[in-house]
Design a protein around this ligand. Structure first.
Ligand SMILES: Cc1cc2nc3c(=O)[nH]c(=O)nc-3n(C[C@H](O)[C@H](O)[C@H](O)COP(=O)(O)O)c2cc1C
Length: 246
């Protein structure tokens, strides 16, 4: 196996030790990255940590494809060609989310609020400015400028547990990244073009493409990185069943 770095390490910020709580509180989706390279040894260590995740009967059904350098650039170009209708067509391996009108409450409202805080409040884009919204959306295909793009896949068999296991891997990877001062953005947008990913990265048919992940150092000066998302209080989603009277 080749252990050369993804790109030569230069002035990466020093890793800061973080507690699990710090990692959970500081993880957020970063949508603007510095070009600072991430050494391949770092990516490998983060993947090894993420692979400590629990999985059904320890099946470990996840796989990852890591792109950087010219490999990332040519994947981005292929995705953008398809997005412009000039390459392979759209196609997802699984119904990641409902179609535009299929969202139910409370998710419909939460999704709308998120869209407003990203496009209107953070980027200053009006709801009817389709071109500007598309401009931002297209940045997904460059992994928001991150030096490393990861495509996460999982076994199609047994699918339901393999998807849960892949989700655990994804979260662990994002939290592990915080330990090295790195940030991430999970990306379902790239799976709109799963045929492109499959052909480019030689992903076998028995692997389902789950999502992409951008990995790198956040650009602290970029306005996109001012976005903070709220959470519902514990009381809204937790029901405690305790000692019963009598
Ligand atoms: C599986 C998954 C796919 C996502 N896909 C995208 C995406 O394609 N583009 C994007 O900008 N954000 C994407 N997100 C990020 C969510 O919008 C984000 O997690 C959510 O708004 C909460 O914000 P936070 O991650 O900053 O806490 C995705 C998140 C998850 C978990």
């Amino acid at each position: 196996m080749n252990h050369t770095p993804v790109t030569a390490p230069t002035s990466a910020p020093a890793a800061t030790p973080v507690t699990v709580e710090d990692a959970l509180r500081s993880r957020r989706s970063v949508r603007a990255f510095l070009p600072t390279p991430v050494p391949r040894s770092t990516v490998e260590r983060l993947l090894a940590l993420a692979a400590r995740s629990a999985s059904n009967s320890n099946c470990q059904p996840w796989q990852v494809h890591v792109v950087s350098g010219t490999a990332k650039r040519s994947l981005t170009a292929a995705l953008l060609r398809s997005h412009a209708g000039d390459g392979e067509g759209r196609g997802r391996d699984y119904a990641y989310q409902p179609e535009q009108d299929g969202w139910r409450e409370p998710f419909r409202s939460r999704r709308r609020r998120f869209g407003e805080s990203l496009y209107r409040d953070t980027l200053g884009i009006r709801a009817d400015d389709t071109d500007a919204r598309l401009d931002h959306h297209r940045r997904n295909y460059d992994f928001f400028g991150a030096p490393v793009g990861i495509v996460l896949t999982t076994s199609r068999h047994p699918l339901q547990s393999a998807l849960v296991d892949a989700g655990l891997f994804l979260q662990a990877l994002m939290l592990a990244a915080r330990g090295d001062g790195l940030d991430t953005c999970p990306q379902a947008s790239v799976i709109d073009f799963s045929p492109v990913l499959r052909r480019h990265l030689l992903i076998p048919d028995d692997q389902l493409i789950v999502c992409g992940v951008a990995l790198g150092y956040a650009d602290p000066a970029h306005r996109l990185n001012r976005l903070r998302t709220p959470r519902e209080p514990v009381v809204s989603f937790a029901t405690f069943h305790e000692d019963e009277a009598g």
